[in-house]
Design a binder for this molecule. Structure first.
Ligand code: ARG
Length: 291
């Protein structure tokens, strides 16, 4: 979606319509830490991150995101060190938010905090069933034209949660099976990009899922990420119009993206990689700013 003004000439007047600016929800890392191990990245990193460095890195991400979007903030809460990863709060579209049901008890305490934020902000809030874990935008990404919802399952979100999403928004849902424990959320290995592109790490998916991706995105629209970029969370990218914000990537991938017209902003996010997250995990897309 373009944020450029669109000029429409009518017989009587000249009207300028500006599409809504992109909006993201972020959570300052004041209480961020690696306190437990619920993914392979956290192993060996318990209490190994620096809160000062994390704050500096998050601030740079916040500033970069603020240049292309509105940013709303949710306060961090004691006992929820992973709350910085707001992508997992839920999934929002058209003012309705499906609140996550986390797979791991370690993160379930975040649910009421995020629910309260959305209620106060005036969203229609829907709780997803505890029996069928669903980890929000971490595992559910709309195609950039908004017509399709790609939903990951396996390590966290279960496939049987997908029909709830289909019912809520009446949208076509395509399930993708994640088979590599390092890429435990869809947004760690798959990024729909403006212009009909997709950037992804194929080895993270089973054959049937790859076939679904390839059936939707023609070859010239697929940007394949190497393992060395994938483990630096290259696919964990924030994209608004032609701008992509992500952790540090190889010169080769940067060139591939730039040659397709994208402007790349790299933000070092090493402290968050220790918890298994990077740029995209630290934001949740909202369809509107103020209700
Ligand atoms: N430590 C967090 C977890 O394992 C990291 C979440 C990353 N978020 C994401 N959207 N991939 O749940």
């Amino acid at each position: 979606m373009s944020t450029q003004p669109i000029e429409i000439t009518t017989p009587a007047i000249l009207t300028t319509i500006r599409s809504t600016p992109a909006t993201f929800l972020m959570c300052p890392p004041r209480l961020y830490d690696v306190n437990y191990v619920i993914n392979p990245w956290m192993a060996g990193n318990v209490h190994a991150s620096s809160r000062t460095r994390a704050a500096e890195q998050w601030q740079r991400l916040y500033e970069a995101v603020s240049t292309i979007a509105d940013v709303q903030l949710v306060e961090p809460e004691p006992g929820s060190p992973d709350m910085v990863f707001t992508a997992n709060a839920g999934l929002e579209r058209n003012g309705t938010v499906a609140i996550s049901s986390f797979f791991h008890p370690e993160r379930q305490g975040e649910e009421p905090h995020f629910r309260r934020w959305f209620e106060l902000a005036g969203y229609k809030v829907i709780d997803t069933p505890r029996a069928t874990p669903f980890e929000g935008e971490g595992d559910a990404l709309f195609s950039t034209d908004g017509t399709r919802l790609w939903v990951g399952y396996g390590p966290r979100t279960v496939a049987s949660s997908h029909h709830t999403l289909r019912r809520i928004w009446g949208i076509e849902v395509t399930s993708l099976h994640l088979i590599d424990p390092r890429f435990y959320h869809l947004d760690t290995c798959f990024a729909p990009l403006e212009g009909g592109y997709v950037m992804y790490f194929p080895e993270a998916f089973d054959q049937a899922s790859l076939a679904r991706i390839e059936a939707y995105y023609p070859l010239e629209k697929r940007i394949i990420v190497t393992e060395s970029d994938a483990v630096c969370f290259a696919c964990n990218a924030i994209n608004v119009d032609r701008t992509i914000i992500l952790n540090n990537i190889s010169a080769g991938l940067r060139h591939q993206l730039e040659s397709r017209g994208f402007e790349i902003i790299e933000v070092t996010l090493t402290e968050f990689l220790k918890a298994g997250g990077a740029a995209k995990c630290l934001v949740m897309k909202l369809s509107r700013s103020v209700l």
